[in-house]
Write a protein that binds this ligand. Structure first.
Ligand code: ADP
Length: 635
């Protein structure tokens, strides 16, 4: 056997094998495209089979055999024309002219014995014209698709070109006298053609995997960050876009299932969700059946929603349920302008994409559950913190009150006429006041977590705030040193709350000062903000704790040696009030020892008359009730 005979035999086997594969598929999937594919390779396989049989029967030259072979051979370009129409639509006249020309060329086959050369020339012309047209159409169509479909279309296009080249070479060879080089060239072209056709019409699974990989990777890369998108709607839209891009489809739509209500929720263009019963649309069918659905013509498959498909340029729809184990998460539908050419690949990709989407959506839900759990843990921790702080701090004064009261009770029981113990009563009153203050502080910290804790804000000269604080301390015989500007310094504040902040800072300054010099207050402005500094020369605060002292219930290690009264809520309350005013609060060491607490507040707008309260604004919307509120409420 010569090399050329070997290649020829391999070619023949491959073409027949390809015919068997596509014919089997045509029986399984009854579509026009699969029929036309079987027609194309059927005609080629028939030519090969008949010429073998004829050679064996020594009838190769018989006019009837030659006529039959040419009739079948010329069917191949006609089948290509039909395939072009299946894959992209061609004008009707092309089909009609193509069909008519085929009949003429096929009829000419029987005149081959009489006038071989003109017939062969006519056939070469027919092959080149139709083959060229088909190859160009497949190339153009592959440009419109992407991913594996594109690669398969390119393989089909090159198969067509190589096949036409092979036929033209062989026919030319017979026309120009047998030439061995042309013979080999023709067989090699035919071999390349059949391999390309395999790639296009029946790619082996390893080739499919290589071709599909970039689409799937593209989808994963685009959709992976869906896990961290907090908003369900935006996450679903992102998945839809990634799916449409992976398919090169005109769009995709994803519905999230609400099993208890029997609905699917689809994100709509603006800001909300569209809800439909979970059997609506082709997507709903896929969800209900828990099976992939392919609708080559959506309008025919689901005429009730024809308008929706038309609006979304969804001629063809493929849909698949999104599930994680037994849990039905929803459904994904991908739209295309025409029926998928290689539907099995699209279904395969869709399956991978819905599996991936299910994993991502599961991960999102788990992340959501985890943060809810963290929130609950935080609330539980706060509750515990709150209970231990409250129990400890409230018990001390309560013990004193109770002890003193019981003492008085016993004394009165022994001697009803005894003189009232003024010191004991004063202690009871003092401790009861402390109790009341502690409870107020607790309640205030809780209130500041809820909306409406900051009252009406009014343009206020901050010098009035400082003067009020100084006045109150003066009443108790303590003169505070104050430095303030001669002109008004106006800020939009809830005056009572800002006084509360300054009061608190001054009280702390006194509390943590031991015998050092009394604290000072400075008021000024600095880069567009008002600045209130409360400066003490007390025990100072360890560097590492300077930030933490503004946390709820935090008491620095320095405090214990000074006093065990206080719950570590005062500075937390100050911080909440200042932040609600869009200001800042921090502490820095006072040069020479002690602490300087600084509060800044935005300046302006000026009141109509200096120093007079004016311009009332709505209180800023405070953040929603936080875990603290929950903890206090539960406690
Ligand atoms: P409390 O005074 O009730 O403990 P605060 O929230 O007012 O709670 O203060 C938190 C902690 O910050 C205090 O326990 C103390 O350790 C520290 N601290 C506050 N003000 C001063 C200050 N002027 N000098 C030193 N330490 C201070």
């Amino acid at each position: 056997m010569t090399a050329i005979e070997l290649i020829s035999l391999v070619n023949q086997l491959l073409f027949v094998g390809l015919f068997v594969v596509v014919a089997a598929r045509a029986i399984r999937v009854r579509s026009r495209a699969s029929f036309d594919t079987a027609l194309l390779f059927g005609s080629i396989a028939a030519v090969l089979g008949i010429s073998r049989l004829a050679a064996a029967a020594e009838m190769a030259g018989s006019p009837i055999v030659v006529g039959l072979l040419l009739l079948l051979l010329n069917l191949a370009p006609y089948a290509m024309l039909r395939l072009v129409d299946d894959f992209s639509s061609t004008p009707r006249w092309v089909q009609v002219v193509g069909g008519a020309t085929y009949l003429v060329v096929a009829a000419l086959g029987f005149a081959f014995q009489v006038a071989p050369q003109p017939v062969e020339l006519a056939m070469i012309g027919w092959f080149v014209a139709v083959g060229g047209y088909a190859a160009a159409a497949f190339i153009r169509e592959s440009g419109r698709t992407r991913g594996i479909t594109r690669r398969r279309m390119m393989a089909v296009a090159s198969g067509v070109m190589l096949f036409i080249a092979a036929i033209v070479i062989v026919l030319t060879g017979t026309l120009v006298a047998a030439n061995p080089v042309l013979g080999i060239l023709g067989q090699v072209a035919a071999l390349a053609a059949v391999l390309s056709f395999f790639g296009g019409f029946a790619p082996p699974s390893w080739l499919r995997r290589i071709w599909r990989e970039p689409d799937l990777r593209g989808f994963i890369e685009r959709s992976i960050h869906v896990v961290s998108i907090a908003d369900d709607r935006l996450a679903i839209i992102e998945l839809e876009q990634a799916a449409a891009a992976a398919f090169g489809a005109s769009g995709a739509s994803m519905g999230l299932a609400d099993e208890t209500r029997g609905i699917l929720r689809y994100p709509d263009g603006e800001s909300g969700w569209l809800e439909y019963p979970d059997d609506q649309f082709i997507a709903g069918q896929a969800y209900r059946q828990q099976h992939r659905v392919v609708a080559g013509d959506a309008v025919i498959a689901d005429p009730d929603h024809a308008d929706v498909y038309e609006q979304n340029a969804a001629r063809a729809v493929i849909a698949a349920p999104v599930t994680a184990g037994d849990r039905r998460i929803g459904v994904l539908a991908v739209f295309a302008e025409r029926e998928p050419i290689f539907v099995e690949d699209d279904l395969w990709l869709l399956q991978l994409i819905v599996d991936q989407a299910a994993v991502l959506l599961e991960a999102r839900m788990l992340a959501g559950d985890a943060s809810k759990l963290r929130g609950r843990e935080e609330a539980a921790r706060l509750k515990e913190e709150f209970l231990s702080a409250a129990a400890h701090d409230l018990r001390t004064p309560l013990t004193v009150v109770l002890g003193q009261a019981e003492l008085l009770e016993r004394r009165l029981a022994r001697d009803p006429e005894a003189r009232i113990d003024a010191a004991g009563v004063a202690r009871i009153a003092g401790e009861a006041r402390r109790l009341r203050d502690l409870i107020s502080e607790l309640l205030d910290a809780q209130r500041l977590e809820q909306p409406g804790a900051i009252g009406e804000r009014v343009s206020t000269d901050l010098r009035l705030v400082i003067d009020a604080v100084r006045g109150r301390h003066l009443e108790h015989g303590l003169s505070l040193e104050v430095a303030e500007p001669s002109d008004p310094l106006v800020s939009l504040v809830d005056r009572k709350r800002i006084e509360q902040v300054v009061d608190n800072l001054v009280e702390n300054a006194l509390k943590y000062t031991a015998d050092a010099a009394p604290p000072e207050i400075e008021l000024g402005s600095d880069g567009g903000v008002a600045r209130i500094s409360v400066i003490d020369h007390g025990i100072g605060i360890p560097d590492a704790e300077r930030v933490r002292i503004f946390e709820r219930f935090y008491r620095a290690t320095n405090a214990q040696s000074i006093t065990d009264t206080g719950m570590g809520l005062g500075l937390y309350i100050c911080r909440r009030i200042v932040e609600e005013h869009d200001g800042r609060i921090w502490v820095e060491p006072t040069p020479g020892g002690g602490s300087t607490f600084v509060v800044t507040l935005p300046l302006g707008p000026a009141p109509p008359e200096p120093g007079v309260e004016a311009a009332v604004v709505e209180p800023a919307t405070p953040p929603g009730a936080g875990p603290m509120a929950e903890a206090v409420a539960d406690a």
